[in-house]
Design a protein around this ligand. Structure first.
Ligand SMILES: C[S@@+](CC[C@H](N)C(=O)[O-])C[C@H]1O[C@@H](n2cnc3c(N)ncnc32)[C@H](O)[C@@H]1O
Length: 225
């Protein structure tokens, strides 16, 4: 997975194109717009509103550009919510590419620019306190190999490449692994709304909701354990 090119999406924010898979890391309709809507609004904000808590453990499948990390960090900092964020990535984005991404120019909060650099510069496999509210652990592993602790996370950001491009990432065994790592009442959220995904999440005894998608996409999925 070396052929990675920076592209601009319709909201002006960058994304990456994996030329081998011919797949982008985000919606071409707007990377920031999609990530904010799917993961922050319908995942993080939803969980906090439902559970009236000030601290949360998130597990992300697919660190990629670090956009979801930056948006969660922005949310934590602005709302004074404590977040422990663990993100798995099998094919880390190279530093030269990450350094050119324009997210920190478009997402404004305290020293967001420095913090975005820190997200990429921080060592793998260590829990790093990025600021008072946000602790990040990046793990360089494949989701197929990792052993996840049981009932540890309140939220899963499932942000794999689309099932049409990387079907194995959406297999029941992978979904089951992440769902096992979710606490009861925890939220699994993804931009994908395929029927098979919804059936699999129901098989895993989650309560599945189909929500309107971000601009340019019809639907997305949120499932609660
Ligand atoms: C849709 S992109 C993630 C976008 C990312 N969340 C962001 O904010 O930029 C999917 C990511 O999954 C990663 N990936 C692919 N296969 C994987 C695997 N077996 N285990 C973990 N991550 C994998 C890709 O390298 C890519 O970074």
């Amino acid at each position: 997975m070396n052929s990675i090119k920076i592209i601009e999406t319709k909201d002006g924010s960058h994304s990456l194109l994996n030329e081998i898979l011919n797949e982008t890391y985000h919606s071409t309709h707007g990377a920031i717009q999609e990530s904010r809507y799917v993961f922050i609004k319908n995942g993080l904000e939803y969980f906090l509103n439902e559970n009236k808590t000030q601290s949360v453990n998130i597990f992300e499948v697919g660190l990629g550009t670090g956009l979801n990390v930056l948006l969660a960090l922005e949310f934590a900092t602005k709302n004074k919510i404590k977040i422990k964020y663990t993100s798995i990535e099998a094919f880390p984005v190279k530093k030269e590419i990450a350094g050119q991404l324009n997210y920190a120019d478009l997402i404004f909060f305290s020293n967001g620019k420095t913090l975005f650099q820190e997200i990429h510069a921080s060592p793998w496999e260590e829990s790093i306190q990025i600021n008072d509210f946000f602790c990040l652990k990046k793990t360089e592993q494949s989701i197929y190999e990792i052993e996840l602790p049981n009932e540890t996370f309140e939220i899963i950001f499932f942000d794999a490449f689309a099932p049409a491009k990387q079907p194995d990432m959406w297999k029941l065994s992978v979904l089951e692994k992440t769902v096992n790592a979710l606490k009861p009442r925890g939220v699994f959220v993804t931009y994908c709304a395929k029927g098979q995904l919804k059936r699999d999440l129901k098989t895993l005894r989650l309560t599945v909701e189909t929500l309107p998608g971000p601009p340019g996409k019809r639907e997305m999925v949120r499932a609660v354990k």
